[in-house]
Design a binder for this molecule. Sequence first.
Ligand code: DLL
Length: 435
Amino acid sequence: MSKYYQQDIETASREEILAIQNEKIAKQVKRVYENVPYYRDLMDKKGVKPEDIHSVEDIQKLPFLTKSDLREAYPYGLLGCDLKDCVRIQSTSGTTGKRVVAFYTQSDVDLWEECCARAIVAAGGSNEDVCQVCYGYGLFTGGPGLNGGSHKVGCLTLPMSSGNTERQIQFMMDLGSTIICCTPSYAAYIGETLAAMGYKPEDNKLKAGIFGAEPWTEEMRQSIQKSLGIKAYDIYGLTEISGPGVAFECEAQTGMHINEDHFYAEVINPETGEVLPEGEKGELVFTCLDKVGFPMLRYRTRDICVLTREKCSCGRTHVKMTKPMGRSDDMLIIRGVNVFPSQIETVLLNEGYTPNYQILVDRVNNSDTLDINVELAPEQFTDKIRDIQAREKALEGAMRSMLGIGPKIHLLAPGSVVRSEGKAVRVIDKRKLHD
Ligand code: DLL
């Protein structure tokens, strides 16, 4: 059983990867310039011609694309080829504004599924595995992407989609699933349900989980690994760039390898657009080197992370990204202080609480308020009000030292916070509703 799905490219030298990227970028920019009038206009406004782009170093000359360009060009304005050559659309789960609709040719689907296959093999998958895919199927890319990757690897694929947790568990147990793919919040819920049904972590055959689509902390990883008795791998991606598998974690669990033979990554200063050197934190920007249907060039993801080319013990040579440290637009500014939901999750799990929480932000009398509802585990629950109040105070103190501002903590009875089967809604910012 190989450690790699496509060993040659996954372990190619830096020079080989650069040569591949350089060869692809010139062709890709020319194709986009000829086929996508919207991007041609942006290039013309910036005074850049396809002939100016010879290598990935020249990418910096190209204009950025942002979510608002996608909105403006909706639905067909950024299509990269004839519609008759496209075989699929996928779309984001966004609830506000227009959804992102991305187009795929058959070669785009193949490339995307290969990226997911690399992720599954990196998590130890082979044709001997039973891979249970419980990301949502449909317009969301999670289910279709991992489903395709699982087929490519030759796993027995269980296309469960999300939800119906007891049925998920029945299939997992009866068919002996060895790999599970879903959001980390759903994995936590499945772990909790297994325990409630009387199963111990060693009772299932799972060995690995491939979890992504939402931010999750190292503490959450430890908690899921323990409750399911598995190794938990991170996977990253976004609809605009294809879906899951843009980057994936290997056995080292120290960041995600970006599939940089297909996606060229930059990190920029989100304020100025300046490209930052390796190791500096900023906004991740992707250029699709191969994609035909929806060929994003310099797409600003709004995800904040750091890139590193440090040698990885797994033998893969592709650049690694850290877990996104929250999106630039996920950051809450509360009474002038920047707060990331991931900081709150870290404190909760470190202090021994469940990952079942919700963050409520509001504005009362012109002052921001921060309330955190946290569910107690059954063994923590007590009807002694004083004990609960003392715990709330202690947790408020721990939060204050991490965040720099003090929230109001509400410890709730087990089962009171709504569980997530897909992307968890962790933050309710009521200020946005008033504004
Ligand atoms: O969430 C694609 C996906 C499906 C990735 C399944 C992994 C697994 P979108 O719905 O377009 O696509 O949302 C993309 O989700 O810009 C990040 O902000 C966030 N995100 C995705 N993966 C991770 C991750 C899919 N591993 C947006 N960690 C991205 C943190 C993630 N955030």
